[in-house]
Each structure stands twice: as C-alpha cells, then as structure tokens.
Write a protein that binds this ligand. Structure first.
Ligand SMILES: Nc1ncnc2c1ncn2[C@@H]1O[C@H](COP(=O)(O)OP(=O)(O)OP(=O)(O)O)[C@@H](O)[C@H]1O
Ligand SMILES: [Mg+2]
Length: 316
C-alpha cells in the first residue's frame, strides 16, 4: 500500500532563513538557529552535521512540527510546517534524539500499534511490523517488554518503528546512537531500501563514517548557521588534498611539514593533508628524521574538523 499522498511536484523540505530563540523565564535566551536555509530534494538522504549544541535537533524539531520557529519558513511537501502542521504530519515520521519505546509494550506491539494509529490496515501493519523486526534484528526479543531490553535494542525498536511507516519524509536524530557495528549497518541497509521505495530522509549523526556511507549530501551547521553544504566528496576536496599522513608521537615538527599542506595536531600526533604528487618528498623527510608514518585517504572527519575548527578560530 502506498504511503499518504505527497505532492510530488513540491520539494520534500524547504527551509528559508529559519531562526529559533529559546526563551526560558529566569535564564538568558538562546539563539539556537540564526537563519538556516536548506533543502532536501526528492529521494535524497541528507545529513546534518555539527558540534554539540549547533542546532541540529532544534532544526529537526521545527521541521517535524514539534516546535515553532521564531521566524522564517519551513515547508514540507509544500505545506507550511508552522501554519499547517496537520497537513505536514501524515507525511513525516521521526526518530527523536534520546527517544525511548513505551516500556509497557513489546517491540512488536509498539511498531504495530504505531502503524495502526497512522491509519494503516491490520494486514499491512502486520506485514510491515514483521519486516521491520526482521530488518532490525529484533525477532528474538519481539515479545519482551521494552523495559527489559538493552539500550541498543531499544534504539533499534525506535528505528524499526519509523522504518515501518514508509513515510515519504523521515527525520532521524542520531538514529544509530549506542548501536553495535552490525546494527548500524542494518540501519543503513534499511534506509537505503526505503529510498529505493521512494522515501526522502534528513538525519543527524556524529559518526562521520556513517554520514559518508549514507548521505547523498551534507550540511555542516555551526552555532545555528549553515557553514558548508555539499557531497561528502566535495567536502573532502575542500580540505586541500586527498591523502592524510599521520606522524605518530610528533607534535614539534609542525614547521617541517607546513609547506606540504594543512597540518593538524591532536596533541599526540601530527596529520598532514597532501596531494599524492608531494607524498614522495614528504616521506623522504620522514625517513630522514626517523618518523613513524601512516598514509591513508582523507575522510569526512578531516573535512569536518577543518571547516568547524576554522570557524571557531575566526570567532576567537
Ligand atoms: N529547550 C531549550 N531551552 C533553551 N535552550 C535550548 C533548549 N533546547 C536546546 N537549547 C540550546 O539550543 C542550542 C542548540 O541545541 P540543539 O539541541 O539543537 O543542538 P544539537 O546540534 O542537536 O546538539 P547535540 O549534537 O548535542 O544533540 C544549544 O545551545 C542548546 O543548549
Ligand atoms: Mg541534538
């Protein structure tokens, strides 16, 4: 059965200049979003990356109609999420950050009941429940009360519930937090399958390998603003090289390698970002100085650290 009708001519999500100021009596106000504009196109998987407190959850809460923006607009398949939340809600499903399944329900009951409240027939709800339990490796625990499940099993139940909806637009706030490497990959496979069936998704994650494996496009958010947008490959290219050379136990050699490209240090080792054609020269110096080096491809982690690190330095 197809999901609720989505106006296919409208973009799944368009946010324009979204601002959110939290005001709590007795506390200073917090500007969590300072004018965010972004789009998610049909059948895309888009990741929002950013440090703790950057504004990712605030954005997802506004997009999923749980919170009202201070100003700006956000449209879900052409429906204004703030003015017409009832039109937007049937088209979305959400894995909230730190969400928990109902403790007095089993995974099977939780998923089935949720699908029934979304208006799916008994037959469809039953089939989808069984499939989602299987996809998320929950068959063994499907009839146990959620209160008896491990943390990772509870998180799998949350994801299974949302996957089973086949909603046209999914919001997933750190969906794989606390999951083992097998479970994370099961989530990736299930989300890719949903894309194939026609769903669109916006997710957040602090696992940059996950963002790389899963998303077609990424936005890096910093202090309530979009800092960068692009594919993982584009963001990696922005680092200025395709290889990273890690030099163990050396932080005093920064000057020796600065001419090769960006040099980063984490206090115990040096990382130099280089183009392949200057690798030979760099390695010759490393051998001469008897330094232990490892060479690998640049990852999204370097792109993220560099983009956000620069922004922090500029503000200081
Ligand atoms: N209910 C609230 N009242 C006041 N301030 C809030 C509230 N919720 C979030 N904030 C603040 O808004 C900012 C953005 O928070 P948000 O939860 O959106 O960040 P995040 O990017 O999701 O971070 P994390 O990676 O830690 O989940 C932070 O400074 C946070 O302290
Ligand atoms: Mg968050």
């Amino acid at each position: 059965m197809p999901g609720p009708a989505a106006d296919v001519s409208a973009e799944p999500l368009v946010a324009r200049d979204l601002r959110k100021v939290y005001t709590t009596r007795g506390s200073p106000s917090v500007e969590a979003l300072s004018g965010v504009s972004l789009e998610v196109r049909s059948r895309e998987r888009v990741a929002l990356l950013g440090r703790n407190g950057a504004g990712k959850t605030t954005f997802l809460k506004i997009a999923s109609t749980l919170l009202r923006p201070t100003s700006g607009t956000i449209e879900i398949f052409g429906h204004d999420a703030d003015r017409n939340p009832d039109r937007a809600r049937p088209l979305i499903a959400v894995v909230p950050q730190e969400g928990k399944p109902f403790f007095h329900l089993t995974p099977r009951e939780q998923i089935y009941t949720y699908l029934r409240t979304r208006g799916l027939s008994r037959e469809v709800a039953q089939t989808r429940t069984a499939t989602a339990l299987d996809q998320m490796g929950l068959v063994e625990v499907q009839d146990r009360l959620a209160i008896t499940l491990s943390g990772g099993q509870r998180q799998r139940t949350m994801v299974a519930t949302v996957i089973a909806t086949h909603a046209p637009l999914l919001f997933l706030d750190e969906p794989t937090i606390g999951m083992d490497p097998f479970a994370r990959r099961a989530v990736w496979a299930a989300l890719r399958e949903l894309t194939r069936l026609g769903s669109t998704m916006l997710l957040t994650t602090h696992y940059l390998d996950e963002a790389d494996a899963l998303s077609d496009r990424l936005y890096i958010v910093e202090r309530g603003r979009v800092l960068m947008e692009g594919t993982a490959e584009e963001l990696k290219r922005s680092v200025g090289g395709t290889l990273k050379v890690t030099i163990a136990g050396q932080t005093q050699h920064v000057d020796l390698f600065r001419s090769f490209g960006t040099v980063m240090t984490d206090g115990t080792s040096l990382t130099v970002i280089v183009q392949p054609d200057s690798l030979g020269e760099l390695m010759a110096i490393a051998v001469r100085e008897r330094l232990t080096t490892t060479v690998g491809p640049v990852t999204l982690e370097e792109a993220f650290m560099r983009a956000v690190g620069r922004s922090i330095n500029e503000d200081e």
